[in-house]
Design a protein around this ligand. Structure first.
Ligand code: MRU
Length: 368
């Protein structure tokens, strides 16, 4: 998407690969919206650290980063011994897969790359195939998000007031975003609408990232406190909720997404508002049988006990908010049951959560 830097508009992808330097290039999301910077990771361990420390975050974006990081790791192997190459590949896979546990996209992305790589007869063939498969995953992510926009555009009419949670925008993917794609499609169709961005404590992805993105694209929006949505729904000021997801269970329709999503789904049901979850196909998990099995990332309590922001001197600063002697608890995600979800918005159509398994072929299960 376009970013205005010093008055000039430039198109960026969240994640790209520099083949000459064997480096993954990432928009440094921790500084946004205060500073726009692209950083490079020089080996797969640095790439895993960038995922873990949230230089890059969001399910699709960390999926593409893992795919590139996997290719980066394979390309750094020296020698021609295939058995040693495979042992090395397994280690690279594990390091990247363990960087963040809840989103399934990194594992799906790397499994896709690994399948393609098996077709190579020599180490150098496999290294080449790895990079083209990682590029293909990133391109597919872009295409899927654009198609989500086409499938969901009709949901946004003139005057629609949309609530979204966290950041499932283009920064969370390679481009366009999932939850934001229908908004950008509706904007391109000339419709006027308004978006409420949940601030999304504790890391404030809504206030910092979604609001920045929407501002860059010229979409009318306001940031609201996480606790304000119920009040706005009760007063009839929200028409529709669209969120992204980090893992959607193909067998049950349960959705893992940023902490607070479940609360919003309960509120939406109380107020009879449609609640949509927008995902590319890489967010589908066809294996797990219950939402209770989804690994929920527990993050440092310092995120809850304080907040990051920008001080008046322009420096990014952490301030302690909570009582100094108190500890905290910080689960990063929650699971929304299928019955609270109106539809799963995918590149190939909108489905009720409980019909995903029946539609698994069209949703790409057999192909993966
Ligand atoms: O912890 P994050 O920022 O990586 O969380 C991921 C998310 O941004 C959200 O859960 C989002 O709604 C889904 S990712 C497209």
């Amino acid at each position: 998407m376009n970013v205005r830097i010093r008055g000039r508009l430039r198109a960026f992808r969240t994640v790209t690969f520099d083949a000459r330097r064997n480096a993954v290039r990432l928009i440094e999301q921790r500084w946004l919206p205060h500073r726009f910077e692209v950083v490079a990771t020089r080996d797969f361990r640095e790439t895993a650290a960038a995922i873990r420390e949230m230089t890059v975050r969001g399910a699709g974006a960390i999926g593409a980063t893992a795919a590139y990081g996997f290719a980066q790791g394979l390309r750094s192997f020296r020698g021609s011994d295939l058995a040693r190459f495979e042992t090395h590949a397994e280690r690279v896979f594990q390091v990247l897969a363990e960087a963040r546990p809840t989103a399934v996209d990194p594992v799906n992305a790397m499994l896709g790359v690994r399948n393609v790589v098996q077709g190579g007869r020599t180490v150098s063939e496999r290294q080449e195939l790895a990079l083209s498969a990682a590029e293909a995953f990133a391109d597919e992510d872009v295409r899927h998000c654009r198609e989500i926009g086409e499938q969901g555009c009709h949901l946004i009419r003139d005057g629609t007031r949309v609530l979204t949670h966290c950041n499932a925008g283009w920064l969370a993917f390679v481009d366009y975003g999932s939850a934001t794609a229908p908004l950008y499609a509706a904007q391109a169709a000339g419709r006027k609408f308004h978006v409420f961005c949940d601030e999304t404590r504790p890391r404030s992805q809504g206030a910092a990232l979604t609001a920045w993105e929407l501002a860059q694209q010229g979409v009318s929006h306001q940031v609201i406190a996480d606790n304000a949505a119920g009040h706005l729904m009760q007063r009839g000021e929200i028409d529709l909720v669209i969120v992204g997801a980090d893992r959607v269970l193909g067998r049950t329709g349960e959705v893992a997404n940023k902490i607070g999503t479940y609360t919003k789904a309960v509120l939406a049901r109380r107020h009879r508002l449609p609640f949509y979850v927008a995902i590319p196909l890489s967010t589908l998990d066809w294996n797990l049988k219950s939402g209770a099995e989804i690994p929920i990332e527990e993050r440092p309590d310092s995120e809850v006990l304080g907040a990051w922001g920008c001080a008046s001197d322009g420096k990014r600063t952490y301030v302690r908010v909570a009582n100094p002697t108190s500890g905290g608890r910080n689960p990063g995600f929650d699971v929304t049951p299928a019955e609270l979800i109106t539809g799963i918005l995918t590149p190939v159509g909108i489905f009720r959560p409980n019909e995903l398994w029946k539609k698994r072929v069209v949703l790409g299960h057999a192909a993966r």
